[in-house]
Each structure stands twice: as C-alpha cells, then as structure tokens.
Design a protein around this ligand. Structure first.
Ligand SMILES: C[S@@+](CC[C@H](N)C(=O)[O-])C[C@H]1O[C@@H](n2cnc3c(N)ncnc32)[C@H](O)[C@@H]1O
Length: 236
C-alpha cells in the first residue's frame, strides 16, 4: 500500500497524550528514567526540554503504519464499518482511510487524563488518558474526511448501534481493563463474521467467548507483555 504521507502532523500540546499512549515512542533508557520521575513529570520535562516534535511525528507514524500492516490482512476484503475501542489520538485509525471500501470508522475513548497515569490492568477501569478534541483534530488535520469518522465519549455518549466488520482495540480493552466492560455491547454490534482484534494477557479466556481465536503475535520484549489476538464468531 502506498501512503500519501511519510509522517504525521501533530500539535505540540498533543505530545504528552501520545507519549502516555505509546511506550515505544521512548527508548528503553528513557522509559527507565520515566519510572524514576513518574509518567506525568517525566513527560512534561521531555516534551518541553528533551524531545523533538518532528521525531515524535515520524516515530508515531511509523509505529502506526507497522501496526496497520501487521493486521490489515485480517480485514475482510469488503470492510465497510470499523469500531475502534480506546482509539487514543487515532494514529492507527488514520490508516483505515486507505481502505477503499470503508464507509465509517466509529471511535470510542474517554475524555480525561487520570491524576496518576499507571498504565496497568485495572478491573475498575478508572484510568484513561485521552483528549477527544485532539483525536478529532488529529484525524482531520492529517486528511481523514469528517464524513468517514465519528467519535464517541464512553462516559457521556450513547454508543453506536450497528453491525461492524471489524472491532479493534489496541492496548486498551482487556489490556488496561477487562473485556467484561464491553462484552454485552460487543455482542450487540457483532455479526457472525465480525472480527475482533485486541491485545490481552489471557488469550485462552477468549476461547470461551469466541468459536475462533487466533494469535497474531506475542509481544514479550515490553514492560507489559501481551498477545495480539483475532477472534471471530462470538458465542451469544
Ligand atoms: C495505551 S492507550 C492505547 C491507545 C491506542 N489504541 C493506541 O494503540 O495507540 C489506551 C487507551 O484506552 C483508553 N481507555 C481507557 N478506558 C477506556 C474505556 N472504558 N473505553 C474506551 N477507551 C478507554 C485510554 O483513554 C487510552 O486512550
């Protein structure tokens, strides 16, 4: 696939949010220093004194481009509707604009940054770190047509009710908070052919919910290891 861009265009104010969402933007040394200072203080110092916007724009673009190329073959050839749960700023979702058959991408996230960003698994799902205005601005300013996407605030909006071809949640559902938070909703918006792609620590758990579960990759060299899996045919 040939992309029109070689890098994203970002506003400086978005950088902390993106750095909270994507650990790979930092080297392992920087991640160790961050553990010492805490995420918020480190990120603020890094954005103001230690980083280059151009480098983050390029790195974020390449991370998301690679994520997309790793999963795009799981998308049905006629993919029309995609749901992204925990989209963050939307770097991966930008690449969905290259799917020729696409009709609509619906994006769900929360609209606050928790007091203490821990980046762990939390059964209560109290943690979040996004700004939905940034998501909208990011997609529009990088050329995603406003007719092709819609953003939903998990805490305030009525979630969309349609059948999706793809439901995707990278580093969010069952990575930060349990699948049960969305299970009934996902059942409602899934058909027999809907494909779910998500990151989890417990791939076997999904075998009790889906008839087909396939491991896309296992990410071990990470402070938070996980399996990226693809599931189909939800047992209703
Ligand atoms: C590690 S970030 C991943 C962002 C993006 N998917 C990516 O791959 O770059 C996790 C995201 O999940 C979001 N989140 C937390 N709780 C959520 C919920 N109940 N529904 C939707 N998103 C949620 C956070 O706000 C954050 O944007």
């Amino acid at each position: 696939m040939i992309y029109k861009k070689k890098s994203f265009s970002l506003e400086k104010k978005m950088l902390p949010t993106i750095l909270f969402q994507r650990n790979e933007l930092l080297t392992s040394f920087q991640q160790r220093v961050r553990r010492f200072f805490g995420r918020k203080l480190f990120t603020s110092l890094f954005v103001n004194f230690g980083s280059s916007k151009t480098i983050i724009e390029k790195k974020y673009f390449n991370i998301c481009k690679n994520e997309f190329s790793e999963i795009k073959d799981y998308f049905p050839k006629t993919t029309k509707n995609i749901l992204s749960i925990g989209c963050g700023v939307g770097g991966l979702e930008y690449f969905f604009s290259y799917i020729k058959t696409i009709r609509k991408v619906d994006l769900i996230d929360r609209n606050f940054v928790s007091k203490k960003v821990i980046y762990g698994f939390d059964f209560k799902n109290l943690e979040a770190y996004n700004n939905l205005d940034y998501t909208k601005y990011f997609l529009l300013s990088n050329g995603f047509s406003n007719k092709k996407f819609e953003i939903f605030n998990y805490d305030k909006d009525k979630l969309p009710n349609k059948k999706y071809d793809i439901i995707i949640s990278l580093l969010s559902l069952d990575f930060h908070y349990p699948f049960s938070v969305y299970m009934n909703y996902i059942k409602k918006v899934s058909s027999m052919s809907t494909i779910l792609i998500l990151d989890t620590n417990r791939p076997n758990y999904f075998k009790s919910i889906y008839k087909k579960v396939k491991i896309i990759k296992k990410v071990e060299k990470n402070i938070h290891p996980y399996w990226r899996i693809m599931c189909q045919r939800i047992i209703k």
